[in-house]
Design a protein around this ligand. Sequence first.
Ligand code: AMP
Length: 183
Amino acid sequence: MRLVLVGPPGAGKGTQATVLSEKLGVPHISTGDLFRAHISNQTELGREVQEYLDSGELVPDAVTNEMVRERLSQPDAVDGFLLDGFPRNVAQAGVLGEILAQNEHKIDNVLEFRIDEDIVVERLLARGRTDDKEDVIRHRQQLYRSETAPLLDYYGAIVVSIDAVGDVHEIGERALRALRAEQ
Ligand code: AMP
């Protein structure tokens, strides 16, 4: 299965991605995690993207798309994956479509996490990652609305939406039920 998770920062995509990746037997690919790994390993790419992550800006598409292209070419991702944090805008979605089309593949479903902005801001403040400061959080939410939410129209009929408020286990079950209903 080739699945994209979409939802505002703090909606619990990362947590659910870990669970879903195991249940669905596909790797969890998080662009945020890949960038943070580059930063902690002090790679060239890490140095290049650090400022963007610190300020909550999107890393330029060219850099992000190449990193994703490379990751998707690895053997574990050939038969399926769960993308968390990518695509983040319609242009990235277009590139993803092109990468997959080269092997006659496509995205099967987009799982949308629905949750109120006030709830996610509170959660993120409690999480305390280095980019979880209130002004940066607000900026990331605003970028979600303007850049990322349009993906829901872009993907249209393959979007499956779930209520992302509640118990972690229950949300995981909700996601699996919603995805199974699509198959
Ligand atoms: P996340 O872990 O998904 O919350 O992402 C953390 C940060 O990584 C974001 O605020 C961006 O700076 C950067 N980032 C992650 N994914 C992308 C992407 N697809 N496009 C551009 N920047 C991204």
